[in-house]
Design a protein around this ligand. Structure first.
Ligand code: N01
Length: 545
């Protein structure tokens, strides 16, 4: 295997290990690090060729994280103590270097089999072990199966006619060529305006002859306010890091800030304006996650935030047609119920005469031809490069795509056909000793990735320690426990404005996917409390054997 860099025993057929982890991104590496400390023998299977998960797959132009450092990194002291960044919101190349550093410090790769895609797994009752199959025909056996495959493991391609006919270059954002694409002077189309589309459009416009964005829904993007960081200022702050990491677990989304304890209409209009101005000036997600506490609960409150956002954004766009498409007077959806992107010059860039935005809600794409993109009004726009920033079968798609079967042989794909059932957003009935993180019905999309992974990872590790200490062979959640968790996830979400918006949070981006809340909308502290209670109450909700 040309990509094998783990120890040779990671690649053997009939691999036997205590713990098999799938995915070598933030989640998988964290689990392995913590479990090794407890003496568990772990191996990671990773479909890609390197560590880093999403940062291995995502190398599209402009790919960078929307959460500032040091919030967006591990709280592991050996890792942070002499690592520094060059920017507040680092790009993918620097994030990849971070994972090289993580490997140096934690010696990860020796236990990772790269280029290893899991295509089947089932728990064998007789041996109480998971039997896991890989695409190239290997079999592994493990007492525990841990899935750390992230929420964006299955890319989504709309079924437009002719996608395969295009004669120029066409790439999905998560499968961008590592060597990059030469866009100098070229006509570039970007389809999709999620976080990815905004970043690709912004970055390619620096070199392209023209950039045309195909927008179905406006991204209510917020100013990033990127800044360079010096090594000295970071080193001087290192003594604060333990406190920073402790605090991030006390906030709703695992950030360094949280919603303020005031409702929007508690303030006078001028106080509100001043508060919004401050949040906007600070940049990042503050206008979203450090806003009034009713922002995501109350329509009227939300409208106030939208009005402010639209005023600020519309002032940046001189072309009235583009202004109305990118930042309409009336909210296209409640602010923050779809993920706002962090932009640097998105609106000024699209305002330029050579660049354009096409409203594909009004005139949908009907076909990709050899030379370009045809919309319903019959217009054909010609391009040299097309970037498909059309997102993912998010949250559940990855796990449904791995050939997982329950103890009776029923596919997860089948179990989750009409909706998603899990217990605590980490376990599934019929899947003994299988744990997953950063996936369905956990804080996932409503949280900072590393915070979520550490919160869930610590729980999984503690659960496994308890199983070992108490000599319990396996745990399997009951169907009743799953049902009541699903109900909790739904009830929490129903109090918010999320269900009213068609977003991937609600499964609404994939035709035919059940519409339901896929994430735990109660915030990290409540989530952690619920999970800890189940553990401390002697595996409440689980059947033990
Ligand atoms: O995907 P998305 P993404 N016809 O699903 C459009 C994380 N992330 O890759 O909104 C026309 O958000 C779709 O339109 P609509 C982050 O959590 C983080 O951008 O459904 N258009 C939408 O505009 C993020 O939220 C970072 O109406 C179609 C776009 O394609 C998540 O990953 C960077 C269509 C898809 O947007 C996913 O982001 C990047 C169709 N048939 C990603 N189908 C950072 O931290 C879809 N679209 C920086």
């Amino acid at each position: 295997n040309p990509h094998a860099v783990g120890s040779s025993d990671s690649y053997v057929d009939n691999l036997e290990t205590d713990v098999l982890i799938v995915g070598a991104g933030f989640g998988g590496i964290y689990l392995m690090h913590k479990l090794r400390q407890l003496g568990f023998k772990c191996k990671i299977y990773e479909a890609g060729k390197e560590l880093g998960g999403i940062w291995h797959w995502n190398c599209y132009p402009g790919a960078r994280v929307d959460t500032q450092v040091p919030i967006y990194e591990y709280s592991i002291p050996e890792v942070w103590k002499d690592w520094t960044w060059s920017e507040k919101y680092p790009g993918f190349a620097e994030l990849r270097k971070y994972f090289e550093h993580v490997d140096k410090v934690l010696n990860v790769k020796k236990d990772v089999a790269f280029d290893t895609r899991v295509v089947g797994a089932q728990f064998d009752k007789a041996s109480s072990k998971w039997v896991v199959k890989t695409e190239d025909g290997r079999t592994a056996r493990a007492r525990y199966l841990l899935l750390a495959t992230g929420f964006a493991a299955k890319r989504y391609f709309p079924d437009w006619m002719g996608l395969d006919k295009f004669k120029g270059e066409i790439h999905h954002s998560s499968f961008w060529p590592d060597a990059g694409v030469d866009v100098k002077g070229k006509r570039v189309a970007v389809i999709g305006t999620g976080s990815t589309g905004v970043q690709i459009a912004q970055e390619t416009a620096k070199e392209a002859g023209s950039v045309t964005v195909f927008q179905r829904t406006p991204n209510l993007a917020l100013p990033m306010r990127q800044t360079k960081l010096t090594r000295d200022e970071q080193i001087n702050r290192k003594s604060d890091y333990p406190e920073i990491y402790k605090n991030r677990m006390t906030t709703f989304a695992g950030f360094q800030y949280d919603f303020v304890d005031r409702n929007t209409l508690d303030d006078t209009p001028s106080q509100r304006e001043a508060f919004y101005e401050k949040l906007f000036a600070n940049g990042g997600f503050e206008f979203w996650l450090a806003n009034y506490k009713d922002l995501l609960f109350d329509k009227e409150a939300n409208n106030e935030a939208y009005k402010f956002w639209a005023k600020k954004t519309r002032a940046r766009i001189s072309d009235p047609r583009k202004r109305d498409i990118l930042a309409p007077e009336n909210p296209p959806h409640a602010f923050g119920t779809k993920r706002p992107s962090l932009e640097q010059n998105y609106y000024e860039m699209l305002d330029k005469p050579q660049n354009d935005v096409v409203d594909i809600k009004k005139t949908p794409i009907v076909e990709v031809t050899e030379t370009g993109i045809k919309t319903e009004d019959g217009k054909l726009r010609e391009f040299d490069v097309i970037a498909l920033a059309t997102g993912f079968d998010s949250v559940t798609g990855g796990m449904k795509n791995m050939g997982l079967k329950d103890i009776d042989g029923v596919e997860l794909n089948e179990k989750w056909k009409m909706g998603t059932w899990s217990y605590l957003g980490m376990t599934c009935a019929g899947y003994p000793n299988m744990f997953f993180l950063y996936g369905a019905q956990g804080p996932t999309a409503f949280s900072n990735g590393p915070s979520c992974v550490e919160c869930q990872g610590d729980w999984i590790v503690d659960a496994m320690k308890k199983l070992k200490d108490e000599d319990i062979k396996y745990i399997d959640p009951s169907k009743e426990a799953e049902e009541s968790w699903r109900q909790k996830v739904t009830e929490l979400s129903d109090k918010t404005l999320f269900p009213g918006t068609s977003s991937w949070y609600m499964g609404a981006n994939i035709p035919g996917k059940p519409r339901e809340q896929l994430n735990f909308a109660g915030g990290i502290p409540l989530y952690e409390k619920e999970c800890r209670e189940a553990l401390n109450n002697g595996f409440e909700g689980f059947i033990t054997a």
